[in-house]
Design a protein around this ligand. Sequence first.
Ligand code: UD1
Length: 359
Amino acid sequence: MKRHRIMSVVGARPQFVKLAPLSPRLREIGEERIVHSGQHYDYEMSRLFFEELEIPDPDRHLAIGSGTHAEQLGRMLAAMEEELVVHRPDVLVVFGDTNTTLGAALAAAKLGVPIAHVEAGVRGFNRHEPEETNRVLTDRLSAWCLVPTEAAVGHLAREGITEGVHRVGDVMVDALRRARAGDASADDRVRAMGVEPGGYALATFHRPANVDEEAPLTAIVEALAALPMPIVCPVHPRTRARLEAFGLAHALEAAPGVHLSPPVGYLTMLALLGGARLLLTDSGGLQKEAYILDVPCITVSMQTAWEETVASGWNRLVPPDAAAIAAAADGFAGGATHPDVYGDGHAAEAIRDVLGASV
Ligand code: UD1
């Protein structure tokens, strides 16, 4: 049987999580080359994930680093073109909705390399979010749209994309099940953050719309400081920089019951989420993980790409406003039903089968 040449491209934190369950499956049908764009580069944002999730070391590191969107995409295009010309894969696998995703897909499309998009068809319906542009364009360029949900199939159909669409389920369910099953020290991880399992809220914020301007970030800090329970906040580097620039870091650090930390790895994040009474976030991935783990979620945004979590009553969308966040949190214990919309934890095998049959 022919061994396919597969190139997987990752670069930002959520993509490492999605690659983890898929990489071993791809290696069953071909030779996988892993390319790391370097969009995330701090130890806690990158290397830690490879170690914890036992992802093979990247074969190539493009070191695109931080910058404006144009700078990141420009560097990505040039570096990926060179990489693709030298290695000529039969398929390029990209994940999710970051600048790494679109940069790799665009470079491949220009060279006629077929693209498989993991987490295709997802839409937040806000064209001002950079992720939405990345999603729409990557799907348009892809030969295989590997779709997590029924809703995502519908979004693609409305954009005229019906060929090469495969509903495979969500690889984040695969990743989460694997990691939780293998982690006996979840409660210790929670206690190490200074709180007791079941007795705190978890909060993470990093979206430019919430953290880059002073008004929304101030409102979020006020809401967190006023929450009537202990709260754990792993702080993204982007948010850390803005908290300091706006003089808000001290207020948050000094608030009683607020436990700030640097970004945490995947296992600690899942342990923290599993033990939380409530999640407050603007992360797309965490909204979905909260749903899978039955944790009520408040999303500080008026849009979400994970509409199923809102429809079932487990996720409340609120603006960055302290009173609105407090009202949403008051007595919130989740939805009445919990449909299994994100698949059964076998998405990676389904992707292997789709690509194995058609590359
Ligand atoms: C990116 C993705 C977003 C995803 C998020 C997960 C895009 C457009 N956005 O947002 O969809 O949800 O990753 O975290 O691709 N920085 C560091 N160390 C790092 C990485 C970043 O200090 O290891 C700082 C940089 O100075 C940069 C800022 O964080 O200014 C933001 O990083 P960037 O990669 O631009 O986007 P994210 O906000 O992480």
